[in-house]
Design a protein around this ligand. Structure first.
Ligand code: SF4
Ligand code: SF4
Length: 270
């Protein structure tokens, strides 16, 4: 390798490090400019491309989640949200997440709840054994408490909840309550959360797709039971095993998202 090539590589690595630090510190800017989302995609591709790291999938998810939180800190919005600690009507909704997010959630549960007899694992195991209606129905049409939700109405792994959970902050508690029994009720979300959630999710999907990994979204209630029961799930999934076979996927993903994902990959690969 020539000195010039070595120097170019050093400069590229230094620039990439600076961009990653800025994303984690400042998050994404508000508005329609997608350049920062392209940078996030590139950074996530670098994480996922680090093949010696056996935990690169969950690391990528944690990075996307941190960038989401930094984005909200930077642009919190002005509308008053109805969300409060212990309010959890929304945790009975269908939640879809990528496998890296589910693996990161499982890792957090294992770290925070090392006792394998903790009640959270009994709930998760029960959710993994589908009742008859869950086994056959489109699960997105059913409401059931998320198994990660405790009897105190608190998420047992709040710091590691998926982007779908982070991206939701209601402006109307009454709508959340009505939505538990009527799925046609529209719950007003804040513009910022919806935007940042969408950008962080799409960057993660794009990076996964670019690295040849599944970028689908899986039914969290079912997939988390597999992720917590198999400590080797991340390694096996990264090695190409279909560890999450049989879990419902992509129920709520719009086709136009795929076009945006492909555009992100193209721009991040330049
Ligand atoms: S989204 Fe609705 S149910 Fe969930 S915490 Fe906010 S107000 Fe409560
Ligand atoms: S992961 Fe946590 S925040 Fe998300 S639905 Fe489950 S209990 Fe609620």
């Amino acid at each position: 390798m020539s000195d010039a090539t070595r120097r170019d590589r050093r400069i590229r690595a230094r620039d990439a490090k600076r961009v990653a630090e800025s994303l984690l510190r400042d998050g994404l800017p508000p508005g329609d400019d997608v350049a920062a989302t392209v940078e996030l995609t590139r950074h996530l591709m670098e994480i996922l491309g680090e093949r010696r790291d056996a935990h690169r999938a969950s690391k990528a998810a944690r990075t996307a989640e941190r960038v989401f939180e930094a984005s909200i800190r930077r642009t919190p919005g002005t509308l008053a949200v109805a969300c409060r600690k212990g309010c959890a009507y929304c945790c009975t909704n269908f939640v879809a997440a990528t496998i890296p997010e589910i693996l990161a959630l499982a890792a957090r549960l294992r770290s925070d709840w090392p006792d394998e007899t903790a009640p959270v694992y009994r709930r998760i195991e029960a959710a993994g054994h589908n009742p008859a209606d869950f086994a056959t129905a489109d699960r997105s049409t059913l409401t059931a408490p998320c198994p990660v939700l405790g009897p105190d109405n608190l998420c047992a792994a709040y710091e590691s909840r998926p982007l779908a959970c982070r991206g939701f902050a209601s402006l109307d508690l009454d709508a959340c309550i009505r939505a538990v029994t009527d799925m046609s009720v529209q719950i007003p979300n804040t513009k910022q959360r919806a935007l940042f959630r969408s950008r962080c999710s799409m960057a993660l999907w794009a990076a996964l797709k670019a690295c040849g990994l599944s970028h689908r979204s899986y039914d969290l209630h079912h997939a988390i039971s597999i992720a917590v029961s198999d400590r080797d799930a991340e390694r096996r999934w990264l090695a190409g095993e279909d560890v999450f076979a049989g879990v419902q996927t992509d129920v709520s993903r719009r086709p136009e998202f795929e076009t945006f994902v492909d555009q992100l990959i193209e721009r991040a690969s330049m």
